[in-house]
Design a protein around this ligand. Structure first.
Ligand code: C2E
Ligand code: MG
Ligand code: MG
Length: 622
């Protein structure tokens, strides 16, 4: 009999325990599977209401970045109260949930009507006859940080009983597990989506968030522009003051840009010193805003750790509607406009116009054709002799990229190379050219002791991890001595990219390769680069040779470069010699080596040995 009474008394507890166990299992599964937090908090709130039928439950996640509550999980709490809780900012009078986070301790309110913490939302509570509330912060067991809040709402005057506390603790424990897991996932995705240096979004975030934003703007017929923002002369700043200060400058710029954009306008660091922003408004308004921003930044006297820096920006702007709200197209177009801004003298904003839209479209077509050429190994390298300017004797050849005949007609090799560099095709193209150089170096006409085969390298190739191994593998494959190969790198590109590691160049030189600094005199740090890296040759740019007959200045510069080369112990080659008069002036000046149409234009590989033989036969005896 006693047993029956006892079991009858335990029945409600058993029902609760059963529901609790079952519900808890489902909730923990949700957490383990990484399901959305809101659904999990909903499930916990419903379970809590099943066990405590007199209470209405709200569980919210606290985002310390935004300093507000979100992802609210609710049982049967009235809709308008739910809405008031979503986005709530903690504070001293922010109801019991907001106040308990503000005080970082449980808040029990027996009488909503008189408690000052309900000052702002008393009417809402009265509307739904809420008389008492009880909120507890969810704290991380790891570090005590606030994860969220667990709130109970009652329609009668209520003070928690001791037995109730145990049950509530149980739900708080469940909610803590769920919110902590969410915090960790959030942190991880924040890291994956955030640029570590500036704290702004990165490329991934831009891709992910912009899709949603652009679709919305398109659907609503609203105008949004994409701005590509590039810091002027950043490489130079980095080079002169070091990466540490360069990083500080980028952080400063990121902060300033963020301050001047609205919170809903997306800003991301795209890479290096490039930022991308999605800005609401038509192109004219946006252009005015950007120009205003740029002139404010330029006007600021800015010190980065005692270094005075001038902050000017080159920007490209496009109306996203012009490219059907396609982010990648918009970025390409705005990037191209930024390049125009740089070419136009920097410190300006260029709006993409219809002419430019066509130009970028044309670049896409070239990029596609070039990709086919490279993927199908349809390159057609040409060779141009390098001669002894005094005797006319060939002493080497430079290999230059050409696509297979009939493809990309009318597109200059330089344009192809620029596109290959922009698209990443240069790695494969450059390697095919290098292996072509290895191959031709075996030809009897090119394998005399002094003959060297020059091949152009892009700095992008040097930056690749596998580059050195690929160079070495080719040597074995083609049985080539590295002394027979000279790698030409264009000087003006040295400071545009991070700069290839000294290590790779040292290793190449150690293995016996020759190095040449190409187009010398066209960049802005000739001497710096020349002294910093182990070059054997310098090639003076054609632009100096062009005017050598008519300009005293060009002659003086050539003389200066010759002297500089000698002082640094490097050989000097003059490029682009077209006339006998140019050859004579250069030769008399002391230039020993030269290259140009006067001797031969670049010719297909099968014609190169014949051209070299012809030049050798015409050369005067030393
Ligand atoms: P570069 O390496 O300075 O090559 C010399 C350029 O001047 C070649 O142009 C050559 O055809 C041209 N040239 C030589 N002599 C004369 C002359 O007397 N008069 C005139 N007007 N031009 C002359 P090309 O082949 O159009 O190549 C342009 C640039 O493209 C090259 O300049 C080089 O920077 C780049 N390039 C070419 N092939 C490759 C390659 O395989 N890889 C890389 N990374 N860059 C390449
Ligand atoms: Mg070259
Ligand atoms: Mg050159």
């Amino acid at each position: 009999m006693t047993t029956t009474v006892a079991s009858r008394q335990q029945t409600p507890d058993l029902v609760i325990a059963g529901a609790l166990l079952q519900g808890q299992q489902g909730i923990l599964e949700r957490v383990a599977q990484g399901k959305p937090l809101k659904g999990t908090l909903d499930a916990i709130a419903c379970l809590a209401e099943t066990c405590m039928p007199q209470a209405r439950v709200a569980i919210l996640y606290y985002d310390p970045g935004d300093d507000q509550l979100s992802h609210g999980g609710f049982g049967n709490l009235p809709q308008s109260v739910q809405q008031a809780l979503e986005g709530l900012v903690p504070g001293p009078q922010a109801g019991s949930c907001g106040t308990c986070l503000h005080r970082n301790e449980p808040v029990i309110c027996e009488d909503v009507a008189s408690d000052p913490i309900w000052e702002g939302q008393r009417d809402l509570c009265q509307e739904h006859k809420i008389q008492s509330t009880w909120s507890t912060p969810l704290l991380s067991p790891q570090d005590g940080s606030q994860l969220g809040v667990f709130g109970l709402y009652y329609q009668e005057k209520h003070f928690p009983a001791e037995a109730e506390q145990g049950l509530v603790d149980h739900f708080i424990h469940l909610a803590t597990i769920a919110t902590e897991r969410h915090r960790r996932d959030d942190e991880r995705s924040r890291q994956a989506w955030q640029d570590g240096l500036t704290g702004l979004g990165n490329r991934h975030q831009l891709q992910a968030r912009s899709a949603e934003i652009l679709t919305q703007y398109q659907a609503e017929g609203r105008t949004i522009c994409l701005a590509f923002i590039d810091l002027d002369n950043f490489r130079l700043f980095n080079h002169n003051h070091g990466h540490h200060l360069g990083d500080k400058l980028l952080q400063y710029l990121g902060k300033k840009l963020k301050e001047r954009l609205a919170p809903y306008e997306l800003l991301a660091r795209f890479g290096g010193d490039e930022f991308v922003a999605l800005i609401e408004g038509n192109p004219e308004e946006t252009m005015a805003r950007l120009d205003q921003l740029a002139s404010e930044l330029d006007g600021e006297a800015m010190l980065i750790e005692h270094v005075r820096a001038r902050l000017t920006l080159s920007m490209g702007l496009i109306n996203c509607a012009d490219v059907d709200f396609d982010l990648n197209q918009a970025i390409m177009q705005a990037d191209a406009a930024t390049r125009r801004a740089k070419e136009g003298g920097r410190n300006r904003t260029v709006l993409v116009d219809s002419h430019q839209l066509d130009e970028v479209q044309a670049r896409l077509v070239v990029a596609q054709k070039l990709e086919d050429v490279v993927r199908q190994s349809q390159i057609n390298p040409h060779g141009q002799p390098i001669v002894d300017l005094h005797s006319g004797m060939p002493i080497g050849s430079e290999l230059l990229f050409r696509p297979k005949r009939g493809v990309l007609t009318g597109v200059s090799p330089q344009h192809c190379i620029n596109i290959a560099e922009a698209t990443g095709l240069i790695d494969s193209l450059g390697l095919q050219m290098l292996y072509a150089a290895y191959q031709i170096s075996h030809h009897p006409q090119l394998s005399t002791t002094e003959m060297v085969v020059n091949v152009n390298l892009s700095v992008h190739q040097l930056m690749r991890q596998q580059f050195f191994d690929e160079v070495m593998e080719g040597l074995e494959l083609f049985h080539v001595k590295p002394e027979r190969i000279c790698l030409e790198v264009t000087e003006s590109r040295w400071l545009e990219t991070e700069g290839p590691s000294r290590d790779v160049l040292d290793r190449l030189v150690e293995r016996g390769f020759k190095l040449a600094l190409d187009d010398f005199g066209t960049g802005y740090a000739s001497l710096v680069v020349l002294r910093a890296f182990p070059f054997h040759h310098v090639k003076v740019d054609k632009s100096f040779v062009d005017s050598i007959e008519t300009s005293e200045e060009a002659r003086s510069l050539c003389r200066a470069m010759l002297e500089m080369g000698h002082a640094c112990g490097v050989e000097i080659t003059a490029e682009g010699i077209e006339t006998e008069a140019q050859r004579l002036i250069l030769s008399n000046m002391g230039f020993r080596r030269g290259q140009g149409y006067l001797f031969s234009p670049p010719v297909p590989m099968d014609e190169l040995p014949g051209v070299l033989a012809m030049l050798a036969s015409k050369a005067i005896a030393p």
